[in-house]
Structures are given as structure tokens and as C-alpha cells.
Design a binder for this molecule. Structure first.
Ligand code: TYD
Ligand code: MG
Length: 444
């Protein structure tokens, strides 16, 4: 028999080392190494025998799409769920993951037959209470309070549901490992084995992943490469907007999002997100409209900046829905290249609606919203997008046509875009700019 090896695994990033270390050399976290037994037992794993075939024969097994019951979520998933698909729904506690999935289960069970909802976080009576509130109660929605992986796998083989939901993956444990539930080893092993069996049985599965404050998946990023699809559930907890973004998708385009509203009876789909996000916009100085997209379906968002005389020697830079380091860089470019000074001012930037924007196309919108606030001059109904380079140059971005069309659909008449993205569109005056200075000239 082989000697059992132990090793130390960082609970933040999954880095492993044969010795204990006070600080993880990979992610820099302190005191994050936990001793774990080596994962060996490959026995009991399913081996699916496959043979090489030409590509067109593979393609014939075209995926049939199953509906989640929410049109925009289906769209964000590339047309719905595929049998055997492993989806991770990640988000902070209290954002609405269990609510959304219970609603998906209800619709699914009516259309495709029994659904298995495995809950390790809430008791069946708590789920029943929520179900009552959501007015769901399909006979074929089976609730199973279990956290042992082997039990779940067995039940899965017996019941053969049309969909499996595991809420949450951090509560699962496999008897073959000694580490505690929620540890990297457990979360990784459970996800891996669940996805293997779901693929074998052709059952799609939603795994709920709790995310902590820093925005990393607790037990964490290590899951993203195992699953087929990663959905991020975002929004401000005290606000009613919720956004589900497909950040990774092996079965369709990624980057698209579905927008929901949290009501007293669960989540309601927002059909026209652009209208929804702009409905309360007043257009005061510092407010600009940015057509956001990481997929091919843009959504108009309001970006707001507020700048005021700083009280302290180190002025504040605070952002919501936007990277504060990126803001610091934009402020530096504005100062150096356009002589817009903010070093004695506090600067606050907010993307309205709880959406967080990572794509660089938002740079120009942020820069011009800051300028508009500093000069105390509203920009009016103007679409703005473009990436900002360190010398103040405005760079081209993806999906320019789609972004402009979305603006046109909502009655926008003018747009400031990178010169390389300028297109002729009837009814829209598209102003191409090469440098931040040119863009500023248009608004002041
Ligand atoms: P929940 O789905 O439990 O969040 P998660 O599973 O991500 O932790 O949702 C929790 C919040 O949603 C809770 O604060 C109450 C609110 N909520 C509503 O506003 N309306 C509803 O119909 C439901 C079921 C929940
Ligand atoms: Mg929950």
C-alpha cells in the first residue's frame, strides 16, 4: 500500500505545498494553509470510453436547450441549459441565489419532470416557507436536506431528476476525504465528482457558490475551470436590482447578462434593462450614459461622478461598480494630458444599478463624467465609450455597432466614440475622437 501523503493547501487560492507556510507564495494570504491528505482514490470514478471521430460526427449530437423559465437568463446562457451542463451560480450571501434557483426549479419541474433540490444551508421547512412566498409548490420538486456527497450521488442515480440543484457547494463533504466541508480539497473533489456523474447521466446541475466580501469564491477560483459555466449574481443588497452575468460559458457566448428585480414574491425578469437603468437619471453634471457589454447585447448604464473640495490632505477616491485603481490612473491621465486637476478634490464614481463594469470601454465615460463634474457642466443625452491609454489616446473597443444601436433604440442622438469605432448610423451623430482632449472639447 502506498504511504498516505499530507500536504498544505491555501484555502484562498488552492496553492499546495509539502510544508506549512505562514504566507501563501501564490496569493499572499496569511495563515491560509491547512493540512490535507492527498486525494488518491480514483476507484469508483466513472471511465467513459470514447473513440476518435471526425468533427462533423461529433457536431451531429447538437445540444438541445432547456429553458430556465427566464427568457433573458436563457439568452445569457446561449439559448438555455444543455443536458449534463455544470453551472456555478456564485454570489454573496443574501443576494438571492436560492430564490432564483427555486423559481428555476419550479418551471423546470413542470416542463421536464422531477427536479432534485439538495440543500445543505437551509432546512426543508425554511425552504417550504420561501416556496410559499414565491407561490411555488410543484409536486415534482423534490427537496433533499443532505450534505454527504456519496448519498447525493446515489440518490441522483436512483431518482434521475431532470435538474439537480446543490445549495451550496461549500456545505458538501465526501467521506473519502478527511478535511472539513468548505475546504479547498472538499469543494474541489465534490464538484469534480458531481460533474462527472451529472455528465454521465446527462443531468444538468446548478451549484451554488458562496462568495465572501472580497469577491473571491470561498473555496474558491479553483472551481471555475471544472465547471462549464460560471454565473455571477450581483447587485446591491439593499437595492432591488439583481444582475446575473455569464462570465464563462462553454456552451455559448460569455459576457451577457440578465437583469432581475427582487419583489415580495421573488425575482422578476426585467425585459428592457436599458430603460430600467436609466429611468431615474436626471442628467446633472457628472452623469453620462455608457453602453456596456462584454457579450453582444449591450445595456445602457449611467455612470456618475461627484467631485468636491477635499477636506483632508489626501483626497478620497471611492468607487462603486468600478475599479478604484483604474480611477486613479484616469485621474492621472486627465491631469497630465488635459490639465484637468483633481488632486485637491475628493472623487466619487458610481455605476448606477449595482452592476460592476470591468471592461476598459468604460474609461472614456468615467473620464468625461469626472470632467463634467469638475466643470459643473452637464453633458446632456450623449453616449460615451472608449478605452483610455496612458498618453491620453482613445482606443477602439469591441461591439461598437451594437452599442450605438442600443443607444439609438432609446432615442440618443449623439455619441462620442474612439475614431476607430466611428460608423455611419442614420439618426445618430457619431463623433470620433483620437485623444481625451478632443473628447473634452465636445462636452465643454
Ligand atoms: P436568498 O435567495 O436567500 O439569498 P442567497 O441564497 O443568495 O443567500 O435571498 C435572500 C434575500 O432575498 C432576503 O434578504 C429576502 C429577499 N427576498 C425577497 O425580497 N423576496 C422574496 O420573495 C424572497 C424569497 C426573498
Ligand atoms: Mg441561499
Amino acid at each position: 500500500m502506498k504511504k498516505e501523503k499530507t500536504y498544505f493547501v491555501c484555502q484562498e487560492c488552492g496553492y499546495s505545498s509539502p510544508k506549512w507556510l505562514g504566507r501563501c507564495p501564490s496569493c499572499g494570504a496569511w495563515n491560509s494553509m491547512v493540512e490535507e491528505k492527498e486525494i488518491r482514490s480514483l476507484s469508483g470514478r466513472v471511465e467513459i470510453k470514447t473513440t476518435p471521430k471526425p468533427l462533423h460526427l461529433w457536431e451531429e449530437q447538437r445540444a438541445i436547450r432547456l429553458s430556465t423559465g427566464f427568457e433573458s437568463l436563457d439568452y445569457a446562457l446561449g439559448g438555455g441549459i444543455v443536458k449534463g451542463q455544470v453551472l456555478l451560480l456564485a454570489g454573496e450571501p443574501g443576494i438571492g441565489k436560492s430564490t432564483l434557483l427555486l423559481q428555476v426549479c419550479e418551471g423546470f419541474s413542470k416542463l421536464y419532470g422531477p427536479v432534485l433540490y439538495v440543500s445543505g444551508e437551509e432546512s426543508p421547512s425554511q425552504i417550504a416557507l420561501r416556496a410559499k412566498r414565491l407561490r411555488v409548490g410543484s409536486e415534482s420538486l423534490l427537496v433533499f436536506p443532505e450534505t454527504n456527497l456519496e448519498e447525493i450521488l446515489q440518490t441522483l442515480r436512483e431518482e434521475r431528476p431532470s435538474l439537480l440543484v446543490v445549495d451550496s457547494v461549500q456545505t458538501l463533504y465526501s467521506s473519502s476525504l478527511e478535511s472539513s466541508p468548505g475546504s479547498v480539497a472538499q469543494v474541489r473533489e465534490c464538484t469534480f465528482r458531481l460533474s462527472e456523474v451529472c455528465k454521465e447521466l446527462n443531468i444538468p446541475v446548478f451549484l451554488v457558490g458562496q462568495v465572501n466580501k472580497e469577491g473571491v469564491l470561498a473555496g474558491p477560483k479553483v472551481l471555475e475551470h471544472i465547471v462549464d459555466t460560471v454565473l455571477y449574481f450581483e447587485g446591491e443588497r439593499f437595492n432591488f436590482y439583481r444582475v446575473v452575468k455569464a462570465v464563462k460559458n462553454r456552451f455559448g457566448e460569455s459576457g451577457n447578462m440578465a437583469v432581475f428585480r427582487m419583489t415580495g414574491q421573488g425575482l422578476e425578469e426585467v425585459q428592457e434593462p436599458s430603460a430600467f437603468f436609466l429611468q431615474e437619471r436626471v442628467g446633472s453634471p457628472g452623469s453620462v450614459v455608457f453602453p456596456h457589454t462584454e457579450g453582444s447585447k449591450p445595456v445602457l448604464l449611467e455612470v456618475q461622478a461627484l467631485t468636491i473640495q477635499a477636506l483632508y490632505t489626501t483626497p478620497q477616491r471611492k468607487t462603486q461598480g468600478f475599479d478604484p485603481n483604474r480611477l486613479a490612473l484616469i485621474l492621472a491621465v486627465l491631469e497630465k494630458e488635459a490639465k484637468v486637476f483633481t488632486r485637491d478634490r475628493d472623487v466619487f464614481v458610481n455605476v448606477v444599478g449595482g452592476v460592476s463594469v470591468e471592461e476598459p470601454a468604460v474609461d472614456l465615460a468615467v473620464a468625461l463624467s469626472v470632467v463634467s463634474s469638475v466643470k459643473d457642466k452637464p453633458v446632456g443625452d450623449l453616449l460615451i465609450f472608449g478605452e483610455l491609454g496612458l498618453s491620453g489616446e482613445v482606443r477602439s473597443v469591441h461591439f461598437a455597432q451594437e452599442r450605438l444601436r442600443e443607444g439609438l433604440r432609446f432615442g440618443f442622438k449623439r455619441a462620442i466614440v474612439p475614431e476607430g469605432c466611428r460608423v455611419e448610423l442614420q439618426g445618430l451623430e457619431v463623433l470620433g475622437v483620437r485623444h481625451i482632449r478632443e473628447a473634452i472639447e465636445f462636452i465643454i
